[in-house]
Structures are given as C-alpha cells and as structure tokens.
Design a protein around this ligand. Structure first.
Ligand code: MN3
Length: 202
C-alpha cells in the first residue's frame, strides 16, 4: 500500500491571516504531494515497501538520500498539518505544560527557545519540540527534511510539534521576514493535538 497525501483537515484559507491560502495550497498540493510521490518511488520494490513511515525513518540508512529527503518530507508535513488548526486549538496545559515548565521554566521561555531554534536554523529545515522516553521535552532544529526520529540526529525523540522554516512555507506572504512567520505560527498551534501526541510519546 503506497503512502497517500493526507488531507489537510481544514480549508486552504482557514489559517489566514497567519498563513495565506496560496501558500497553503502550493505547500500541500505541490510540495507535500511531491514528497509523497517520490517517497513511493524510492521504496517501490525494496524491503521498505509496506513498512510504516515511523519504522522507515527510525531504521533509516542516512546515505539513502531519496528516502531520507522524501520520507522526512512526507512525515514532517503530515505532522505539520495536524499541529495547526484555525479553531478549537486549546492551550498549553496539563502534563505537557508541566514538562515544558520543567525543561524551560515557563511557557514564555519555551516560546523563546522554540522561536530561536526556528529563526537560527540556517537555510532550510524545521524546528521541533520532541519528547524523550520518560516524558522530558527538548526544543531543537534540523536541516532539510531531517527529523528527530532519524538515526544520529542531534535531538533524538518523538516530535510532537514541528515548524517548517523552508522559504516555501512563508515566502509569498512574509518574504524574508521569517521571525514574523514564526510569531504567526504561535497563533494557530493546535495544542489539543500536541498534548495528545505528548501523552502517546512519553
Ligand atoms: Mn515544507
């Protein structure tokens, strides 16, 4: 069974004015679709065919560029659409809030750390909040389509919140103003989903 481009779960214009409809449409229907198609091509006829994306990434041969870039791209964007929502997004609360406060001191300090990771990732990449076994959380960033599930990536863990800082994610609306895009992202985080993923991962 080949991987399928997941539905967004909301309309392309639903995140406006934080993320514009044209960017969302191109990002989902072109970029994410491209990663999905190329991932299927890269694993077709190999022993990876039929495995879950999590299993493929956790056991990845990092020298396999086709699966690394497109498998990462498939997984990362699938997470990205889920952790954003225009409505019913809750707030940072419960045991995730406690874990974040234990690691960073306060919600504000966590937001600063996450923003800094996103702003200072040179070139293309992602900022993450990831969870280690036992429930400890960590903010980090990775280049290109790498993510914390992959072997040897600096912050090993399960990503529960991710922000795409490739220029294709923001350039139409924000041009070179990546910090403005990062600030806007905080307005659309689906904390209910992030909390659910934290509970499953810890
Ligand atoms: Mn992208």
């Amino acid at each position: 069974m080949a991987f399928q481009l997941p539905e967004l779960g909301f309309a392309y214009d639903a995140l406006e004015p934080n993320i514009d409809a044209r960017t969302m449409e191109i990002h989902h229907s072109k970029h994410h679709n491209g990663y999905t198609t190329k991932l299927n091509g890269a694993i077709a006829g190999t022993e990876l065919e039929g495995k879950s994306i999590e299993a493929i990434l956790a056991n990845l041969d990092m020298s396999n560029g086709g699966v690394r870039n497109n498998g990462g791209g498939f997984y990362n964007h699938s997470l990205f659409w889920k952790v954003m929502n225009p409505e019913d997004k809750g707030s940072l609360s419960g045991e995730l809030k406690e874990a974040i406060e234990a690691a960073y001191g306060s919600e504000e300090a966590f937001m600063e750390a996450f923003s800094k990771a996103a702003a200072t990732q040179f070139g293309s990449g992602w900022a993450w909040l990831c969870v280690h076994k036992g429930g400890k959380v960590e903010v980090c960033s990775t280049p290109n389509q790498d993510n914390p599930l992959m072997p040897g990536v600096t912050c090993q863990g399960t990503p529960v919140l991710g922000l795409d800082v490739w220029e294709h994610a923001y350039y139409l609306n924000y041009q070179n103003r990546r910090p403005d895009y990062i600030n806007a992202f905080f307005n659309v985080i689906n904390w209910n989903e992030v909390s659910k993923r934290y509970a499953e991962a810890k």
